[in-house]
Write a protein that binds this ligand. Structure first.
Ligand code: PMP
Length: 445
């Protein structure tokens, strides 16, 4: 398409016009087919034409679309909230769910909820946020301030609230020689303890982190021991733990919530991408019982509201998505196809001089590109290595999610993969083969 009135991310780019979906493929108006190996940004976890989800949405359209939450609730919103609370990590208790329209809004709502909790608990001096770098928590001002993504923050910096950042664990570059994984996990978690002490424990409101880091670093799980220690530190200081599961949640890493695998529960959890799987724009914030109780015993009111919260079509679509994941046992497929993807990537790139690290969990994997595998020196981000690889894969008919290094030249470009939970064995093989060919295309160019 040569002329466009849509304010695209890249005004110069000539984007294909996508018209339909066929399983895990997208089809453009020229009839070209693209195997979706990233679900956009880890969104489309059921492909693009799931019949059960489409039918559920159509049936809700025929019944009810919208009724304002100031006056009404509705059945799909109630059913989805119960579903999400019932499957939450042990320790969440009788939580409650609020609905938002995007991951960024969910992050804003989570921060405001944390503040409400502190005020209503009689601790109004708690207002400081600790987050990690690198990280990404969204594009609205509060969420952008919380994220530790240097490039995305830079132009807006004067508008951003002050947030304190500690390093996120990044074993490839941070684990010392001879240091075992758990010791590394404890060392990284203890950065939180030190930061809380530096800021004054009684002034800290919340620690925010992604259980498996997504866009900023590329599918990076935390080392063993990290999350249990983080939970202990938060409890010791009365600091809320906010888990941003916008990308890692809803089965992407093999369990409904990624934090489940760490054996702890967060106080507040955000989720989005795999919640509506792209069939509806929807996000949610899950508040643990501990948070809900303070509010119930306090003002009894949620100090947050948006017009389209609990939208009946959005929640009906998301509920159908979650039912399909559960009823079709798709988490088993996430684990099986994830193992295939991991071994395929390790085999394809085991001797590649420019693939420094391969990391991930479930159906959430990344290759990190480096100029020199021995020294781990990254490419200059200005070279756009990952973007070129992503473009080469797209030209070969496979969509990936490439990103530039984002911690001031200290990490490499990466290419992230987040295929659909419905991926077949043949599709995963094709993804690996195509990525390998795309890396060669870039190198030979
Ligand atoms: N948090 C995380 C972990 C994310 O990955 C994203 C989106 N990439 C967001 C928040 C923001 O979500 P949205 O783009 O829907 O606003």
């Amino acid at each position: 398409m040569t002329h466009s009135s849509v304010f695209h991310r890249d005004l110069a780019s000539d984007l294909p016009v996508v018209v339909s979906g066929d399983g895990n493929y997208l089809i453009d108006d020229q009839g070209r087919r693209y195997l979706d190996a990233c679900g956009g940004a880890a969104v489309s976890c059921l492909g693009h034409d799931n019949v059960k989800v489409r039918e559920a949405i159509k049936s809700q359209v025929d019944q009810l679309a919208f009724a304002h939450t100031g006056s009404f609730t509705n059945k799909p919103a109630e059913d989805l909230a119960s579903f999400l609370v019932d499957r939450a990590p042990k320790g969440t208790g009788a939580g409650r769910v609020m609905y938002l329209g995007s991951g960024s809004e969910a992050m804003e709502a989570a921060l405001k909820l944390a503040r409400q909790y502190c005020v209503e608990k009689g601790e109004p001096e708690r207002h400081k946020i600790i987050a990690r770098k690198p990280s990404y928590h969204g594009n609205t001002l509060g969420a952008l301030a919380t994220g530790g993504h240097a490039g995305r923050r830079a132009p807006f910096a004067p508008l951003l609230i002050e947030v304190n950042h500690i390093d996120a664990p990044y074993p490839y570059r941070m684990q010392h020689d001879g240091e075992n994984e758990t010791d590394f996990g404890y060392r990284m978690a203890d950065l939180l303890d030190a930061e809380i002490a530096r800021l004054g424990g009684e002034t800290v409101m919340a620690f925010v982190a992604e259980p498996v880091v997504g866009a900023s670093l590329g599918t990076q799980p935390a080392p063993k021991g990290y999350w249990a220690r983080v939970r202990e530190i938060c409890d010791k200081h009365g600091v809320l733990l906010i888990a941003d599961e916008v990308m890692s949640g809803m089965g992407r890493t093999g369990t409904t919530y990624a934090l489940e695998q760490e054996g702890i529960a967060a106080d507040i959890t955000t989720m989005a991408k795999g919640l509506g799987a792209g069939f509806q724009p929807i996000a949610a914030v899950l508040a643990a019982e501990k948070v809900v109780n303070v509010i119930k015993d306090g003002s009894g009111k949620l100090w947050n509201g948006h017009t389209y919260m609990s939208h009946a079509i959005a929640t009906a679509g998301a509920l159908a998505v979650q039912h399909v994941i559960e009823e079709d046992n798709l988490l088993d497929n996430v684990i099986k196809r994830g193992a295939q993807l991991e071994s395929g990537l390790r085999e394809a790139f085991k001797d590649h001089p420019h693939v420094g690290d391969i990391r991930g969990r479930g159906l959430f994997w990344t290759i990190e590109m480096v100029e020199n595998r021995d020294t781990k020196a990254p490419f200059d981000p200005a070279q756009g290595v990952a973007m070129q690889i992503g473009a080469a894969a797209k030209a070969r008919g496979v969509m990936t999610y490439p990103s530039q290094g984002c911690i001031d030249g200290k990490n490499g470009d990466h290419v992230l993969l987040a295929p659909s939970y419905t991926s077949t064995e043949a599709e995963i093989d094709l993804i690996v083969e195509t990525l390998k060919a795309a890396v060669s295309d870039w190198k030979d160019a």
